[in-house]
Design a protein around this ligand. Structure first.
Ligand SMILES: Nc1nc2c(ncn2[C@@H]2O[C@H](COP(=O)(O)OP(=O)(O)OP(=O)(O)O)[C@@H](O)[C@H]2O)c(=O)[nH]1
Ligand SMILES: [Mg+2]
Length: 270
């Protein structure tokens, strides 16, 4: 299923290129790289550039939005990460208790080195939940968070308990999102701002994917959704434009259930 989108989704603004350079500079002083990935798109939601940068450094892959992803699929992703020899945890990044797992993993990354500061850097694609995790670890709203891509524009240090310094970074996408599947998945999961895609096209691509996989799915298509939620213009026609944005919000609020768009062994790998 690799047809093109009528309106391809691409986004690589100047602040990303700049942040990428700054991340590279700071990496030298970092002990552990914490990559925050949306659990629903654990393949497409990773940036190969960041992967490369982390290199041999200790890393922790955090599957965020655990509350929205299919639990069985998340388990398989964790097993997949562990097979590659990487530490992985699944969290609800807004939840302080849930992110304790991250604090524990950062602590372990010190190894035997108990003295001195441990420095961690949080990286990932836009809107993956990085700043929410920083706040949950700090137990206060120190970093700005919002339900849209591109909120954090600069690198910023925070100090945690236990002599840990943590750097929040802006979300970074690959310079080119490789294909239509990766594009609609990133758009649907909020990795690009809504001005960058046609919401009707994204809703349709998702529903086609869902029906191909689960023919008897009860998740409504855009038409049924718009009708049921009363998206009607004066004159009686359906307002597909606003309905499509609401459809995408509904997906991200879990209204269609816990749905993962990718599994470790699926064949439509991007
Ligand atoms: N349902 C759910 N929402 C989450 C979770 N983690 C973060 N969010 C929400 O996702 C949105 C984006 O979170 P941020 O922490 O701002 O994401 P970010 O990665 O810092 O985004 P950029 O700075 O734009 O790169 C916010 O509305 C959060 O409340 C989670 O585990 N589950
Ligand atoms: Mg942020």
């Amino acid at each position: 299923m690799n047809s093109k989108l009528e309106r391809p989704v691409q986004w690589y603004p100047g602040h990303m290129a700049k942040a990428m350079r700054r991340i590279r500079e700071y990496l030298r002083s970092i002990d552990i790289v914490v990559e925050v990935v949306d659990a629903r798109i654990a393949r497409t939601g990773r940036n190969p550039l960041l992967d490369e940068l982390a290199g041999e450094r200790t890393r922790l892959v955090v599957l965020d939005r655990n509350d929205l992803a299919d639990p069985a699929t998340t388990k398989r992703w964790l097993a997949d990460l562990s097979q590659r020899g990487w530490a992985g945890v699944a969290v609800d990044g807004r939840n302080q208790r849930s992110v304790m797992q991250i604090a524990a993993a950062i602590g372990r990354s010190r190894g035997k080195k108990t003295a001195g500061v441990a420095r961690a850097m949080i990286v990932g694609i836009p809107n993956s939940g990085k700043s929410s995790i920083v706040n949950a670890l700090l137990r206060r709203a120190a970093a700005k968070t919002e339900a849209r891509a591109g909120v954090t524009k600069h690198l910023q240090w925070f100090r945690l308990e236990g002599n840990v310094e943590l750097m929040d970074t802006p979300g970074i996408l690959p310079t080119r999102i490789p294909n239509a599947d990766a594009q609609w998945k990133l758009a649907l999961c909020g990795g690009v701002p809504h001005e960058r895609y046609d919401a009707q096209e994204i809703a349709a691509a998702f529903h086609r994917w869902l029906l191909a996989r689960t023919p008897r799915s009860k998740v409504p298509d855009l038409h049924a959704f718009a009708t049921a939620r009363g998206f009607v213009r004066r004159g009686g026609e359906l307002d597909y434009h606003n309905a499509a944005h609401s459809y995408i919000r509904a997906f991200n609020e879990g209204a269609f259930g816990r749905i993962s768009l990718e599994a470790p062994d699926d064949t439509e790998a991007a």
